[in-house]
Design a protein around this ligand. Structure first.
Ligand SMILES: [Zn+2]
Length: 66
């Protein structure tokens, strides 16, 4: 699965703050993702993230979000 830093992941499970969308902050064996609803950050194993993804919104190249 092609996931890049800055991509927005829509997960199957809803966060307690009611948001489904998470921004990818860091990629590796573990992913660091940030909830777009409340700003909560999580570290999750890559496999677990990939399993719970419903949709990926790709970030455009050159987007200076960081
Ligand atoms: Zn949240």
């Amino acid at each position: 699965m092609d996931i890049k830093v800055g991509d927005i992941l829509t997960l199957k499970k809803k966060h307690p703050c009611a948001s489904f969308d998470w921004e990818v902050l860091r990629i590796g064996a573990d992913f660091r993702i940030k909830c777009l609803g409340c700003g909560h950050q999580l570290m999750l194993p890559r496999v677990k993230v990939e399993k719970s993804i419903k949709k990926i919104k790709k970030v455009e190249d050159g987007d200076s979000r960081l």
